[in-house]
Design a protein around this ligand. Structure first.
Ligand code: PMP
Length: 412
């Protein structure tokens, strides 16, 4: 895993992303919706076209040359993505549709089997709906209880409360690594220690961290960790679940069908080896191979470089936006956050703000960002969110701030 600390050659990198050259009515696009999905560089897109032009075939089952080429590339992609997060290899890395499916896989395969009345699942108040709703519903079905670690006024996790809440009744702690609304970087390794002190598992939602900082599953000591390809220069429809091998061995499959079996009779079936046991049916082959290419692309740039670049942009945006008293930015201070800022402009609904920004070709997100209960805690029905990635510039932050000023004038 790369640890270089060089400034990014952003202008050079932008050439890899043709979509960033798009103009709307002669105004160049400023794409600041990266927490929702990132753009893909030529290298990743060409991996997909190469696959369809050169070796498109179903994997695992074919003896013919094309199928063998596709199988090797698809299987190797698991090792590459595993390596990207410090896992030992494909046995610990299941391809899924994304973070949401990874979460559901564990909730169904482990949670439905293992949870019951008296058991507790400890989440945080800043969970994305993909974790919050999933565990909430599995708890309802099993009689277990969901608890939420509160946040402090400045948007950090209240770790003292966490220490009290994680007890011998806790079976699972599931926490978001970097909050997609607050930008808070949570101490997931400390949470993992607390979970393990009480023989509970630790699930890390790394959808907003794996794309933009070095993440090592062993350093965190996560039992499970989930992330999505489309938030890290890869295609949609592909993501990953890391799981410790012995746990993945013990769990029952989540989906049944072809590919995931070893031996089938009319009476029973046995399961394929890891990770195929959890990948029933024809998998997303080109997406998986392109996911690995995205890992190569990011490693080439250096994850630590990306982290620092994003943090600089977020700090700059925070400072520029809060020059005005009528802007409220949520979450930790400017110099201690991931690469996004969620905010509200007084008396202007986030949807109106986003629509005005769109008139200036500035793409941000408005809404609850799949964190409705957190917005209740913040006392806001919605917020506007600008989120940055490796190809964004300070000039683009200036365009954001100017467009927010236009909205201010319009509603004055
Ligand atoms: N968790 C977090 C923190 C996220 O930001 C997102 C995506 N917005 C998800 C989970 C869900 O990811 P996906 O939609 O790719 O499954």
């Amino acid at each position: 895993m790369s640890q270089q600390t060089e400034p990014l050659d952003v202008e050079g990198l932008r050439e890899d992303f043709p979509i960033l050259q798009r103009e709307f009515d002669g105004t160049q696009l400023v794409y600041l919706d990266n927490a929702a999905t990132t753009q893909s560089p030529r290298q990743v897109v060409e991996t997909i076209t190469d696959y369809y032009y050169e070796y498109n075939a179903n994997v695992h089952r074919g003896i013919h040359q094309l199928s063998q080429e596709a199988s090797v590339a698809y299987e190797d992609a698991h090792d590459r993505v595993a390596e990207f997060v410090g896992a030992d290899g494909r046995e610990e890395l299941v391809f899924t549709k994304g973070t949401t499916e990874s979460m559901n896989l564990v909730a169904y395969a482990w949670g439905l089997e293992e949870l019951g009345p008296g058991d507790e699942v400890v989440l945080t108040e800043m969970e994305h709906h993909s974790s919050l709703v999933t565990w909430q519903q599995i708890c309802k079905r099993t009689g277990a209880e969901c608890k939420y670690i509160p946040i402090t006024d400045d948007g950090y996790l209240d770790m003292e409360a966490a220490e009290d809440m994680i007890t011998d009744d806790t079976e699972m702690v599931s926490a978001v690594h970097v909050s997609n609304t607050l930008g808070t970087v949570n101490p997931v390794s400390d949470l993992a220690d607390l979970a393990h002190d009480h023989d509970a598992y630790m699930f890390v939602d790394a959808a907003q961290s794996v794309p933009n900082r070095p993440v090592d599953v062993k350093e965190i000591d996560a039992d499970f960790l989930a992330f999505s390809g489309h938030k890290m220069c890869g295609p949609t429809g592909i993501g990953a679940l890391y799981g410790k091998e012995h746990i993945l061995e013990e769990m029952e499959p989540y989906l049944y069908g072809g590919e995931m079996i070893l031996k089938v009779t009319y009476e029973d079936a046995t399961w394929n080896e890891l990770p195929w046991k959890y990948e029933a049916g024809t998998p997303p082959i080109s997406q998986g191979i392109a996911f690995a290419e995205a890992c190569d692309y990011l490693d080439e740039i250096g994850l630590e470089n990306i982290r620092r670049h994003e943090a600089e942009l977020a700090e700059y945006a925070y400072e520029q936006l809060t020059q005005y008293d009528d802007v409220e930015v949520y979450g930790p201070p400017a110099d201690d956050r991931g690469g996004l800022v969620a905010f509200n402009l007084e008396d202007v609904h986030a949807h109106d703000l986003s629509s005005i920004l769109n008139d200036s070709a500035v793409a941000i997100r408005a809404g609850d960002h799949c964190t409705q209960p957190l917005h209740d805690v913040l006392g806001a029905t919605a917020s506007a969110r600008a989120s940055f990635y490796l190809y964004n510039t300070k000039d683009e932050v200036d365009r954001l701030v100017e467009a927010v000023d236009d909205a201010r004038q319009l509603f004055a």
